[in-house]
Design a binder for this molecule. Structure first.
Ligand code: 5GP
Ligand code: ZN
Length: 116
């Protein structure tokens, strides 16, 4: 089910322009508008899933695919050796601000742990 006012559904349809770095039949990856690292991409499913909380068994392969796309984007951005971070914020308390599940791919600078 598409989220009618979901900005990432609009990125999928092209209604909202985005700097895409990868796309296939199930996923789209594009640069975050408010970059937190030299590489900061978002990997999203074409299908609307609000967050990990709303994902179910039927989404199992899709979620795995998002992670493989994240690794592909990181590799293509040159971070396979130096390392990169993949983040999925779930819920407002964890910093989720767009309720269409997405994997952040951050690379190109030293990343500390634990995250803030
Ligand atoms: P969250 O806070 O939900 O984990 O991550 C949402 C991300 O989406 C944020 O990093 C934010 O900068 C990014 N974002 C929000 N609106 C847009 C947009 O219209 N275009 C792009 N490319 N990124 C967006
Ligand atoms: Zn959506």
């Amino acid at each position: 089910m598409a989220g009618e006012n979901c900005i990432f559904c609009k990125v999928v349809t092209g209604e909202i322009p985005a700097a895409k770095v990868y796309e296939d039949e199930r996923a789209v990856a594009f640069r975050d508008i408010n970059t937190q690292a030299p590489t900061h991409a978002l990997v999203i499913p074409r299908a609307h899933v609000a967050s990990l909380n709303e994902a179910g068994e039927a989404d199992e392969a899709l979620l795995g695919h998002l992670l493989l796309v994240a690794a592909r984007v990181a590799r293509e951005e040159g971070h396979a050796e130096g390392g990169y971070r993949t983040v999925i914020n779930t819920g407002a308390g964890a910093g989720q601000s767009v309720f269409h599940v997405h994997v952040h791919v951050l690379g190109g600078r030293a990343l500390t742990w634990p995250p803030g």
